[in-house]
Design a protein around this ligand. Sequence first.
Ligand SMILES: [Zn+2]
Length: 152
Amino acid sequence: MGSQSYGSDANSASRNWGPNCYCGRATSIIKSWTNDNPGRRFIRCGVHGFVNWADEDKPYGWQKVSLLEARDEIRQLKDEMKVFKESVQATNEQGLTDMNSVLVNKDEQEKYQLENEVKACNEREKLLRQFIVLSWGSFILVIAMILAMGKK
Ligand SMILES: [Zn+2]
């Protein structure tokens, strides 16, 4: 039971550990994708690199050919995905800068509108003051005229 649960743990791990290297370090099992050995697993040490093949048989025949074809197709797809991702990223960045310039313009517009409103407010206040002064002035003028007429 104990060994079984250990086995399932090892399977669920994302990394495949190989037997220890001759230097004593832990190794990992990696798939080779070279032209000579497509899909053939090998033991790799973090220090020494290639240690030994994990799969004894070399790939050959139609299996080797189809593995190489699959490898090239995957590489091509990866390249296409990369180009696609880059273009999406570029589009997003372009979109962001557009948004920013719109926001800046909106800010500028609001500022301009606010300034205009403040100016208009000041104008109205000035007019109102002038109107009050004028009406007071004319009122006093009328009173003075009435007083002058009464004196006669
Ligand atoms: Zn080593």
